[in-house]
Ligand binder design. Structure first.
Ligand code: ZN
Length: 159
């Protein structure tokens, strides 16, 4: 799923709706941005599940990765190693990712991102922490790279 494109199209649809204009073409564009539908459904499910958990509020975005790492550990979702952080985004490695850890010993390989369920979960956690919108994406899956972790990036939305 091309989440950045999807967000852009959704923003344009919102302003068209507010101005009383049509959104037909944008709606079709957003279906294309969704791409692999299963991936989008898993992201949605992860996001819905994540919304049910209680997480602490974090006022400084620079502290989000540390709090996220604690929450992931506490909820038995794996172990986090933070690789990048800024006021706009965070990147990290997730060891013991639930979606793929049982597939690794079976030698199953993925062509592309596999753990969109976790991405949705993480996005929901960060949205609750920061009280603002965000999106998360798996950059590299353990099933692609053979490394013992999946890599994720979270981008914080300003508006
Ligand atoms: Zn993965």
């Amino acid at each position: 799923m091309n989440r950045a494109l999807l967000m852009e199209l959704l923003k344009r649809m919102k302003s068209n709706v507010l101005e009383g204009k049509e959104i037909g073409d944008l709606k079709i564009g957003s279906i294309l941005a969704l791409g692999h539908q299963l991936e989008a459904i898993f992201y949605y499910l992860g996001h819905e599940l994540g919304s049910l958990f209680e997480v602490p509020e974090v006022s400084d975005l620079m502290n989000i990765p540390d709090e996220l790492a604690k929450v992931i550990k506490k909820f038995n979702l794996g172990d986090v190693e933070i690789t990048e952080r800024s006021k706009e985004h965070a990147s990290f490695r997730l060891f013991g990712c639930r979606s793929c850890k049982q597939l690794i010993p079976l030698n199953i390989k993925a062509e592309e991102s596999f753990c969109s369920f976790e991405a949705g979960l993480l996005a929901a956690f960060v949205e609750k922490m920061s009280k603002s919108h965000c999106f998360a994406q798996e950059l590299n899956c353990s099933l692609q790279t053979n490394k013992p972790y999946c890599e994720f990036m979270i981008v914080y939305q300003k508006d």
